[in-house]
Design a protein around this ligand. Structure first.
Ligand code: SF4
Length: 493
C-alpha cells in the first residue's frame, strides 16, 4: 500500500493545477477513468468534470485511473485498492464513484477496478454503506445496457448540466433509496432499478457557458505538452458510419471570444495549443484563432482535418506551427465506397491534399481506412493498395519531396443511432484476408508503413456497442478467465 501511496503522491507532485480540497463536511466524489493515467488525462471530459465538481463549494472531487499492467499485478498480489491521486484514498471511502467512459472496450476495466476496491460490481449486491456508483460518457450514451447492472445511475448525453443537478441531490439527501428516486426524476438519467421507458439524452445549448480545456497539466498525459481547447462539439457532416453527430447533437461551436479567453488563461502553462473538434475546418473563425495563437508566439495542433478542406492557407499554417505530419481519414478505398458512407471526395482530391501538404514541407501523412464496410469486397481492398501507391507515384511525378505514408486499418464497427446501425460485423475470415492483402502489398514498399487494430478488439467493441443487459456475464467471465477471445467467440460473429 505504501508504495502505491508514494506513487500517487509522485504523480500529484508532477502535475500543475491539481486540487486537494479539504474533505470536512463535503460530498466526496472520485472521478474514475477506466484506463491508465496517461490515456485518462488526455481526455477533456475528465478535466471539465473535475473543474465543475471542484467549483462546487460543497463538493470535493478527486481522480483515479486504472493501474497499469505491472501495478495491477502488484495490486492484486498485495490486495491494494485503487487509490485517488489527490489524497491517496481507496475508492470505497468516497460518497460517490463517478466513471467517465469514452470507449466501449473500457467497459472491460470496470469490474477489475471495483474488485480491487472490494466494491461488489453488481448494484443489487451493494447496500447503502457503499458509495453511489455513477457512469457517463460517450460509451455509456451509445449503449448503457452492458453496464446497467453495475451502476446505480447512468447519465446519457453531455454531463455539464446534469452533473450539477446530481450533486444537488447528493448534497441534500443521504438515504440511498431516496437519492435514487430523486435521480430517476432528472432528465437524462437512467436509474436501472427504477427507470421505465426511454431516457432522453441531455445536450447543453451554449458551449460558451462551459469551459472545456485542460485543467490539470501533466507531462505524463497523452497530449500533455499541450493546452487542449474544445472548439466545437458534434459534427455538421453525417457520415453514415459515425456516431458523433447523434452523440453530440446538434453541432455547436464555441465563439472566438470564449476560445480567446481560454488561450489567454492557458498561455502561461503550455506553448502548444491542441484544438479539439470533429470537423475543425467548419469552424468559421479557425484561421483567425490559429493566427492569434501564432501572434502569441505559440503553435497549434488540430485534432482532425478533412481531406477536401486542405488548402494552401491551412497547410502553410500547419507548417508555421512546425508540423511535419498530418492525419487524414479516408475511410473507404474507392470513390463509390466513400460516397456510400458519406465521405465523397475523389482520389484526385486526396492526391491534391497530399500534394499541397508536401509543397508546405509536410512530408508524413497518416491515412486511416476502415475495412469490412457494408457493400465492400476484396476488390475494394486492392483499391486501398492502388490508392496508396498512386499517391506515392504522383508525388514522385510532381517532384515533390519524398513523402512517407502510414496506413492504419480499422475493422468497421456498426454503432447504434447511425445509418448503418443494423449492419452486421464483417466475417473474421474476410477481415483476415483483407489485412493479409494490405500487408502483403504495402509492407515492403519504401516509405510506406501499415498498422491495424486487432479484429478481436473491434469485435469486442461491436458486442459492447450493440448488445444488451445480458453482457454483465460477458464482462464477469472475461474478468474471471482473462480470456476475451473465448467470450467473444460465443457470439459467433
Ligand atoms: S466521420 Fe468525421 S466528418 Fe464524418 S460525421 Fe464523423 S466526425 Fe463528422
Amino acid at each position: 500500500m505504501w508504495k502505491f501511496i508514494e506513487k500517487q503522491k509522485k504523480i500529484l507532485a508532477s502535475e500543475t493545477n491539481a486540487l486537494a480540497k479539504h474533505w470536512g463536511g463535503k460530498l466526496s466524489v472520485v472521478l474514475v477513468y477506466p484506463n491508465v493515467y496517461s490515456v485518462g488525462m488526455g481526455n477533456l471530459a475528465i478535466h471539465a468534470l473535475y473543474k465543475i465538481l471542484n467549483d462546487h463549494p460543497n463538493v470535493v472531487c478527486e481522480r483515479a485511473f486504472l493501474p497499469d499492467k505491472n501495478d495491477m499485478a502488484e495490486s492484486l498480489r498485495t490486495n491494494t485498492p485503487v487509490l485517488s491521486i489527490e489524497t491517496q484514498k481507496p475508492l470505497s471511502e468516497f460518497d460517490c464513484v463517478a466513471f467517465s467512459i469514452s470507449f466501449q472496450n473500457d467497459f472491460l476495466n470496470i469490474i477489475p477496478i471495483l474488485s480491487l476496491c472490494s466494491i461488489p460490481h453488481r448494484s443489487n449486491n451493494r447496500g447503502g454503506d457503499y458509495p453511489l456508483l455513477l457512469a457517463g460518457g460517450a460509451a455509456v450514451t451509445i449503449n448503457p445496457y452492458p453496464v446497467s447492472q453495475i451502476f446505480d445511475c447512468l447519465a446519457l448525453g453531455e454531463g455539464e448540466e446534469v452533473f450539477s443537478e446530481i450533486v444537488s441531490v447528493l448534497c441534500e439527501e443521504t438515504d440511498k433509496k431516496q437519492r435514487l428516486q430523486l435521480l430517476s426524476e432528472i432528465n437524462g438519467l437512467l436509474v436501472p432499478s427504477l427507470t421505465t421507458g426511454d431516457v432522453k439524452k441531455r445536450f447543453i445549448k451554449d458551449l460558451d457557458k462551459w469551459r472545456t480545456e485542460t485543467v490539470v497539466y501533466s507531462n505524463n498525459a497523452e497530449f500533455g505538452d499541450m493546452h487542449l481547447i474544445e472548439m466545437s462539439r458534434g459534427c455538421p457532416r453525417k457520415c453514415r458510419f459515425c456516431a458523433t453527430p447523434s452523440l453530440y447533437s446538434p453541432f455547436r461551436v464555441r465563439s472566438k471570444k470564449a476560445i480567446s479567453q481560454m488561450l489567454q488563461d492557458g498561455e502561461k502553462f503550455r506553448n502548444k495549443i491542441g484544438l479539439i473538434g470533429a470537423d475543425l475546418l467548419s469552424h468559421k473563425t479557425l484561421i483567425d484563432i490559429i493566427e492569434e495563437i501564432h501572434e502569441m508566439g505559440k503553435t497549434f495542433s488540430p485534432s482532425s482535418l478533412r481531406v477536401d478542406g486542405i488548402d494552401n492557407k491551412i497547410a502553410s499554417l500547419l507548417a508555421k506551427s512546425g508540423h511535419k505530419a498530418v492525419s487524414l481519414g479516408i475511410e473507404g478505398a474507392s470513390i463509390s465506397l466513400r460516397s456510400s458512407i458519406g465521405k465523397d471526395f475523389s482520389d484526385d482530391q486526396i492526391i491534391s491534399a497530399v500534394s499541397i501538404l508536401a509543397e508546405n514541407k509536410i512530408s508524413f501523412v497518416r491515412l486511416y481506412f476502415m475495412i469490412g464496410l457494408p457493400g465492400e469486397t476484396l476488390a475494394d481492398i486492392e483499391g486501398i493498395v492502388d490508392l496508396v501507391l498512386k499517391i506515392k507515384t504522383e508525388m514522385k511525378k510532381q517532384k515533390k519531396m519524398a513523402i512517407s505514408i502510414s496506413v492504419t486499418i480499422t475493422p468497421f464497427v456498426p454503432k447504434p443511432d447511425t445509418f448503418f446501425c443494423k449492419e452486421k460485423f464483417a466475417e473474421e475470415g474476410y477481415l483476415r484476408k483483407a489485412i493479409k492483402i494490405l500487408k502483403r502489398s504495402l509492407s515492403d514498399k519504401k516509405g510506406i508503413s501499415i498498422h491495424h487494430d486487432t479484429i478481436l478488439s473491434s469485435q469486442t467493441d461491436y458486442i459492447l456497442s450493440n448488445r444488451g443487459t445480458d453482457l454483465i456475464t460477458f464482462l464477469e467471465n472475461i474478468y474471471e478467465t482473462g480470456s476475451i477471445r473465448k467470450e467473444v467467440s460465443k457470439f459467433g460473429l
